[in-house]
Design a binder for this molecule. Structure first.
Ligand SMILES: CC(C)(COP(=O)(O)OP(=O)(O)OC[C@H]1O[C@@H](n2cnc3c(N)ncnc32)[C@H](O)[C@@H]1OP(=O)(O)O)[C@@H](O)C(=O)NCCC(=O)NCCS
Length: 334
């Protein structure tokens, strides 16, 4: 095999549906308060789709923005990977639906599901095709319509999630990119945590039936405290380990872009790494937890804030259902 190729993110596109669900709206729907949500989680509002809008619609919008920013047409893509826990349907894969919607005529694709770590997992899967020289342009999309699997009478989960999508294009780095591009990743799963965060209905174990619907098995079920404790411990552990492996400390990082599940999880990780608040991207207050889309949405926020610049050393980190854990180290390339 020829020499492995350095890989860079060459473009980013994001999309959230326009409709807002605010804490004031939720106060009218369930027994909760703005104060509780802000102090325990840090969310003010989330964007939700209207009926009939699916994950592939959000993903296609984000994909079009990324293509336009990169100045290429969809035909130039070699592959599309969609990271989602809320595919439009069991099959066909949402990646196929996105391929058709954006008119990418010369590519293949597939879905990847890894809970809230799925964007960083898909990023690395996509990167391998570029790294080996098999492909020149791979699109990785994190997209979820979480509102399709949330019980809006359950105050413990309905305040947490939102809908959204983010797409990046992966390409070979050139000599002009210097050290910029993906540097390292560290992934881990712990399937014993599956009992703490899951959607039991609609799969091969509990095929959809009147009974599964009556028992609300088509919704997210969560032991919030167990997920919280695991996420606080493993997110910081994963970040410390990837930094140590690269002979770096928190002080070397220009920006941490974490999965946005709970402001307290992000703050605990930042404290452990001794990162100043301005080095940690937080936008959970505007979007809630959009699962596959949180990290690209946070990248977009950092670009808009002027905090994500070419050459920046960036740490991505996520923990999610599975349990899944993933961190990525990269130098932003544009
Ligand atoms: C869900 C989460 C915010 C709950 O916060 P918490 O501090 O652990 O709160 P608890 O679950 O201990 O609940 C404390 C109380 O608040 C109540 N409560 C739960 N949701 C509430 C809401 N929306 N409004 C008001 N009270 C609420 C609980 O019923 C409980 O009441 P009780 O003491 O009378 O039983 C927190 O556990 C969390 O963020 N977990 C991780 C979730 C996550 O990240 N999931 C996605 C995977 S990446």
């Amino acid at each position: 095999m020829s020499q492995l190729q350095r890989v860079k993110i060459s473009a980013l596109g994001t999309y959230v549906p326009p409709r807002l669900l605010t804490n004031a709206d939720l106060e009218k729907m369930v027994d909760t308060t703005n104060d509780w949500i802000m102090s325990r989680v840090g969310i003010k509002e989330r964007h939700l789709v209207d009926k009939g809008v699916a994950t592939s619609d959000l993903a296609a919008e984000a994909a079009k923005v990324a293509l336009a920013r990169r100045g290429i047409v969809a035909d130039e893509l070699d592959a599309i990977i969609v990271a989602t826990v809320t595919p439009d349907m069991m099959f066909p894969a949402t990646a196929c639906l996105v391929q058709d919607k954006i008119g990418a005529k010369h590519c293949w694709g597939f879905d990847l599901q890894a809970g809230c770590s799925q964007f960083v997992y898909a990023l690395q899967v996509g990167a391998q095709f570029v790294r080996t020289g098999a492909h020149k342009k791979v699109m990785v999309i994190g997209a979820d319509v979480m509102s399709s699997i949330i019980d809006y009478t359950d105050r413990a989960t309905c305040v947490l999630f939102g809908d959204g999508a983010g797409a990046v294009i992966l390409e070979p780095a050139t000599e002009a990119d210097g050290d910029n591009g993906l540097i390292d990743f560290m992934h881990e799963v712990d399937g014993s945590g599956g009992v703490s965060l899951y959607m039991p209905g609609g799969g091969s174990l509990n095929p959809s039936s009147h009974e599964t619907v009556d028992k609300k098995m088509h919704y997210v079920h969560q032991d919030g405290t167990a997920v919280f404790k695991f996420a606080v411990r493993k997110m910081s552990e994963s970040c410390v380990n990837i930094l140590e492996r690269n002979k770096l400390t928190g002080g070397d990082i220009d920006l941490m872009i974490p999965h946005q599940a709970n402001l307290r999880i992000i703050s605990a990780t930042a404290d452990r790494l001794k990162l100043a608040p301005e080095k940690v991207v937080v936008n959970i207050e505007r979007f809630g937890n959009t699962t596959g889309a949180t990290i690209p949405l946070a990248m977009q926020t950092a670009i808009e804030d002027g905090r994500l610049k070419k050459g920046n050393l960036v740490l991505l980190a996520a923990v999610g259902a599975g349990f899944t854990i993933g961190s990525t180290l990269l130098r932003w390339a544009y």
